[in-house]
Design a protein around this ligand. Structure first.
Ligand code: UN1
Length: 460
């Protein structure tokens, strides 16, 4: 497949800048109308696009369709947002002065997306950015360019029907040819990057060096705490989806399970039995719950992780093997490990779940929060005290904290992102639109005088 060169990159950036000159002056609700039409087209092509996501990425079809639905939901959200890019009016300390803030588009927003959500995470950024009056430059992940091409074909058609081009742009290329120039390019005031903490750390440094803004959505190491009083059936289903869904390749995947001692043995047995029933195979077969990993490297990473876990004294309870068949299939794996198990501090992008036993909520929280990542977290309990404690300032330190819901599968209406090495960015719902605009504080004097703030006198 042909990949973009530096010259291609340059051409697309220029086209985007030219489009921005006009797009920023288009009334926001009219920009929203274009996004609405894109959402309508995505609805029409949901099955085809969802199937393509499954084929290219390997996630099972229901998740491929879910991913397209996430784009559609995001389009709807951005349409509404396009009428609500509201600023505050503040009280001026000076007589007959009006002080307010307004929001203007930033310019070109770079979106560097990951293979695991090859289109949805682009939509989180692109639809909001477009509603906000920005133009977008999208660099999809190297393993999943086809989904990006298919979506862009649809988008281009809608844009053209509305007399626009250059608003939502795609550049398929390597990190060196496209990603690095985006990080360094002062014409791109905001770069939103989804990927590993290692990739994000490098890019964030380059972007910060030129005072660019970034939204970083990086590694997770998400834990579920199951207390003795939990609804175990619910917890079991959530753990299965969180740990095995998307073959453990979500940044929100459940990687650590903290079981309170009273239920630990029984829960682990039931979990192992449930793992035994999971069908690993063709992602388009409705019986399959776990598709392949994305590529050979991912399989090697899984195998190396299992070896390291064994070497460090972790006990493989279930799975642990690379499946001997064409494709990149591995067994969903459960590991029993002592609290503080060093390798469990690292994110392995594969279906590996560590199970720990804890005495109390206090102990669970301490170990839950001790890893460097801080994306998503859950507690299963029927106790109001325990759940409120988990959600309090001394509870979970993550960007997402759920009660009786697993760690993955967030709705778009909330702000998505996490703390610590997850990067601190927030995307999708809530007030995330503000990241795609620049705030301007304005003061208008309609008095005949020129009073200075803080009572300063400066007269000739
Ligand atoms: C990701 O894995 O990068 O909450 C995003 C979830 C999805 C998004 C995951 N809505 O699991």
């Amino acid at each position: 497949m042909a990949r973009a060169t530096r010259e291609d990159y340059e051409e697309v950036v220029r086209a985007g800048l030219a489009a921005f000159e006009r797009w920023r002056m288009e009334p926001a609700p009219r920009r929203g109308e274009v996004v609405r039409q894109i959402g309508e087209e995505l609805r029409k092509h949901k099955l085809d696009l969802g199937t393509l996501v499954s084929l290219e990425n390997g996630k099972i079809l229901t998740e491929g369709l879910g991913e397209v639905q996430e784009m559609i939901d995001m389009a709807d959200f951005a349409v509404g947002q396009s009428r609500q890019l509201c600023g505050l009016v503040m009280q001026s300390e000076r007589s007959r002065h009006r002080m307010f803030e307004q929001w203007h588009p930033l310019g070109t927003v770079g979106v560097i997306s990951a293979f695991n959500f090859p289109v949805a995470v682009w939509a989180w950024n692109a639809f909001l950015a477009a509603a906000c009056g920005d133009v977008v430059l999208w660099k999809p992940a190297s393993p999943t360019p086809l989904c990006a091409l298919a979506v862009t074909r649809i988008v281009d058609r809608v844009l053209a029907e509305n007399g626009w081009r250059g608003v939502l742009n795609l550049v398929v290329g390597s990190g060196a040819e496209v990603g690095d120039p985006m990080a360094d390019d002062p014409r791109i005031p905001l770069v939103s990057l989804t990927g590993s903490t290692a990739v994000g750390r490098k890019a964030a440094g380059r972007i910060a060096a030129r005072f660019g803004r970034s939204i970083m959505e990086l590694g997770g190491n998400n834990g579920i705490i199951v207390l003795d009083d939990a609804d175990r059936e619910l917890a079991l289903r959530a753990v299965l989806f969180g740990a095995v869904g998307t073959a453990g390749q979500r940044c929100t995947s459940t990687r650590r399970l903290f079981l309170q001692r009273g239920i630990a043995r029984e829960f682990t047995d039931r979990l192992a039995a449930a793992y035994g029933r999971i069908v690993v195979g063709d992602p388009l077969d409705p019986a399959t719950l776990c598709g392949p990993l994305v590529d050979r490297d991912a399989v090697d990473t899984f195998a190396a992780a299992v070896e390291r876990i064994r070497g460090d004294g972790g006990e493989i309870l279930v799975g642990g093997r690379v499946l001997d068949r064409p494709g990149f299939f591995v067994e969903p794996t459960v590991v029993r490990a002592p609290l503080g198990f060093p390798f469990s501090f690292e994110e392995t992008f594969a279906p590996i779940l560590y199970v720990f036993e804890v005495d109390s909520l206090d102990q669970a929280l301490r170990h839950h929060n001790e890893v460097p990542q801080g994306l998503s977290s859950s507690i299963f309990t029927d106790s109001v005290r325990a759940s409120e404690r988990f959600l309090s300032a001394e509870g979970s330190d993550c960007g997402i904290a759920n009660v009786n819901i697993g760690t993955s599968g967030a709705e778009i209406g909330g702000a998505f992102g996490g703390e610590k090495e997850t990067g601190g960015g927030r995307e999708a719902g809530s007030d995330c639109w503000k990241a795609y605009m620049r705030r301007q504080t304005c003061t208008v004097n309609f008095s005949p005088d020129l009073p200075l703030a803080q009572g300063v006198k400066f007269e000739i």
